[in-house]
Design a protein around this ligand. Sequence first.
Ligand code: HEM
Length: 501
Amino acid sequence: MAILIISTIFFTIITFISYSIWRRHAIFKLRSSIGIPGPPVHWLWGNLNIIKDRVSRLGYNDTTQWHPTLHTKYGPIFGLYCGTQLHITVSEEEDIKEIFIQNFSNFSDRMTPDIFGMNQLNQSLLQNTYATGWKHTRSAIAPIFSTGKMKAMHETLVSKIDIFLEVLKEKSSSGQKWDIFENFQSLSLDIIGKCAFAIDSNCQRDRTDLFYVQARKFVGAVDLKKSWILPVSLILPELSWLWRFLYKFSDLSAAELPLVKGLVDLYDRRRAGEGGNDSTDLLNLLIRRETIGKMTQREVIENCFAFLIAGYETTSTAMMFSAYLLAEYPIVQQKLYEEIKKTKENAGLNYDSIHNMKYLDCVYKESLRFYPPTTHFTNRVCLNDMTIRGQIYPEDSTLKVQPYTIHRNPANWESPDEFQPERFENWEEKSSSLKWIPFGVGPRYCVGMRFAEMEFKTTIAKLLDTFELSLVPGDPPMIPETNGVIFRPRSPVRLNLKLRI
Ligand code: HEM
């Protein structure tokens, strides 16, 4: 009996390994069979090992340079195997337009790693598909980001920025140097906490604030290099049932649960009529959509959670990069300061006056062009085989466009590696929008773009109104590194902050 059991186990394992190798062989042949170039494929890891190799060679994952290098080497369309999934990057304007806009019905869904099917975001805009109601959710949510709603939230946002400035004043007056990125992160958390979750967190002053601790734990867990379950599930998708089961015990799940639970409690209290029913936060605006039958309870909660995930790190990173660039380019900083000073004297720094500042708008756009905060995020699954401009795109492959590659391509921008906000002075937004894509492309572009713009511009305007920024002499240059979705500064970023009188 024992021999029978052992031989059954043995043959099952052998059959599984043979099947996996055979399957991989067929999958890895696909790329060359459709004429898409790319780096050599490892029989087990696909191209995931390249990331590992680069990290061990360089000491960090310089994805900002990696994709432009692949673009130069393999051309505007190339493919990488993320485990066994074929990811095809496109860079030509016509291809981007055809895939992300004209043929949206065949490329409507964002790629979601299989194990994420177990998380609390499947009904949110980040992960839901056309078949599971993305269009309905999007049209229910888009109105809550209208100009009127943003204006109503502006005062709340300013109150958090005022705390940010107070903290910076206290720290800089003592002459110390510190990692200022943390201040942008905690500011962004306080803002999204108040505006989306409707909670009055104190992340900027209290690093033990529960919201701060939980949110940081969550974003720390979403990292291809740190999480074991994410790469393993990509490399061995045959065992998806096992990874889905184990997901419940992973760091990712453990980090997500308290945040969602907090949100459910808050939702219940709001529905029971406790506090804040007339407030303008995003949770309340979503609940109002629910009461008129436009959304379900689950959609309300999951989308609030999505706003935290999509809106926290993206915005703090964008502001950090911009502050760094302003310190690095004092002439740009001075020109922007002159505009801020004039605006303040004439109208004060309010929603409308900030919105109408022309040079601030140029700095905002150029900062996001120079250092777009996301990578790999603007992607779509190919729902059925499709040929576009002579190229076959196979069903289930993922099509991507990388903002950094597009933004630093000399065919799209003159002197792309120079920080020149003036290039946006006469920029025709509509005709060139596929050359400036920090917020994505087509109907599925970032729904929180207006919110991000308001937060970015108000913070930078108030920061420069208060301080003159400069780099700390002798500090190494800031290098952006990615966790697979978001760029962050690789090492602590310190700036000199001189209080303006
Ligand atoms: C500078 C800050 C931000 C950047 C650079 C950014 C960037 C992006 C990008 C690249 C996408 C993918 C678009 C695509 O696939 O074509 C996206 C989607 C999304 N973003 Fe943002 N984002 C920012 C801030 C925010 C904020 C503040 C919120 C919410 C309050 C938000 C909520 C979302 C949501 C919900 C989606 C999914 C939209 C959909 O699939 O319909 N983002 N964002």
